[in-house]
Design a protein around this ligand. Structure first.
Ligand code: FES
Length: 371
């Protein structure tokens, strides 16, 4: 069946579903009925099987997953939502896919590689809870952190576990070997006490692709990304497409260095692991947040801007959460009054009653929440 035929059929199915059921798809229409028999089923989730849980280092592991047959595949660099049941509740987190589309086509498997967050509730628990044969749910692949279809001269900058989408990208590129016409440079930063995850595999890619140049950079030795590193490792950076992935402070710093070198903004692609940092001024005016249902109150005077989710958890409240990056909408809560800044949409709210996402909303004037 050709792609054109398939997409026409999908269009017809969509049209029928809309006209007959007022839903975007038949799956969405039948969702409540199926959920009566299979409570965990959702039309946009794909039941998948864990094939292996593989240790990569003391604080990092990979889940090898076999998605079910309806899962549509992905582009190198994308991420997915992993949904698992923990103590009777569904919890979800977003992770980059660390293996390549070619590997998926060949084996039907994908991998996600996860760093254990010391104080996290999910990442330390997953390798204990999951083993070969466990069933999890995954979403479709998402995200636009992917290389151009026609590969241009490229610079990749990775910090720590930010290597995961680049492993997928480089695994895919390595199949083209000597056909890769343009230079691709990876600057991979990690601390001495961390492992350079996938180092051996990356070194093999380097042998397979003459135009691929990889630098493993120990930040304890030579510091973090700087003008000197940029000029030393990738002199022609101004002509390259640039991709950055890693912890938020690293991305902010790398963007600043690149901006200082007058690199065009539209040349730079980046992906935050976790919520995008809030760039609001620290205010010396106290902002009070009242969690009305629980009767708790916090004040943010002279403090770094924090999300309402962070403030609620600091007050020992346990609101429902999922992704914590503004995607899944599980943390929606009613704001009764006050003004919040949404770090995802970069917009301020009105003062009145409305629903907000706790994980991306930062209070900027006294707020009352139904929590
Ligand atoms: S926890 Fe997912 S949107 Fe807030």
């Amino acid at each position: 069946m050709s792609i054109d035929t398939l997409s026409s059929m999908q269009k017809v199915s969509c049209w029928l579903a809309r006209n007959l059921t007022n839903n975007a798809s038949f799956e969405a229409y039948f969702e409540p009925v199926v959920q009566f028999f299979l409570p965990q089923w959702r039309a946009d989730r794909f039941r998948s099987t864990i094939m292996d849980v593989r240790r990569e280092s003391a604080d990092m592991y990979s889940l090898v997953i076999k998605p079910n047959k309806s899962w549509k595949g992905f582009s190198a660099g994308q991420y997915l939502e992993l949904i698992v049941e923990k103590e009777g509740a569904w919890v979800s987190r977003f992770f980059s896919i660390s293996s390549s589309p070619a590997y998926f086509q060949k084996t039907g498997l994908i991998e996600i590689s996860i760093r254990i967050q010391e104080k996290g509730q999910i990442t330390p628990w997953l390798p204990q809870a999951l083993s070969a044969g466990s069933v999890v749910n995954i979403s479709e692949a998402q995200g636009s952190f992917v290389l151009n279809e026609v590969l241009e001269p490229t610079l990749l900058i990775a910090g720590g576990s930010g290597i995961t989408p680049f492993r997928s990208i480089l695994q895919q590129i390595s199949l083209r070997g000597t056909d890769v016409q343009h230079p691709v440079t990876l600057m991979y930063y990690a601390r001495s006490n961390e492992h350079f995850i996938f180092r051996q595999e990356l070194e093999v890619f380097q042998q397979q692709v003459p135009n691929l140049d990889i630098h493993f950079i120990d930040t304890d030795d030579v510091g973090f990304f700087s003008d000197a590193h940029l000029l030393g490792f990738c002199q022609d950076f101004s002509t390259r497409d640039i991709y950055i992935c890693g912890p938020s402070p690293m991305i902010l710093h790398a963007r600043k260095v690149l901006e200082g070198q007058t690199v065009n903004d539209d040349q730079i692609n980046y992906e935050f692991f976790g919520p995008e940092p809030v760039s609001l001024e620290v205010s010396d005016k106290a902002v009070n947040v009242l969690f009305q249902d629980s009767g708790k109150q916090v004040s943010t005077e002279n403090a770094e801007p924090k999300t309402l989710l962070a403030l609620a958890e600091e007050a020992a409240l346990k609101p429902v959460t999922g992704c914590r990056i503004g995607v899944c909408h599980q943390c929606i809560c009613k704001k009764k009054s006050g003004v919040v800044y949404n770090s995802k949409t970069k917009k301020y709210s009105d003062t009145g009653q409305e629903e907000i996402q706790l994980c991306v909303s930062v209070p900027v004037a006294d707020v009352v929440l139904a929590l």
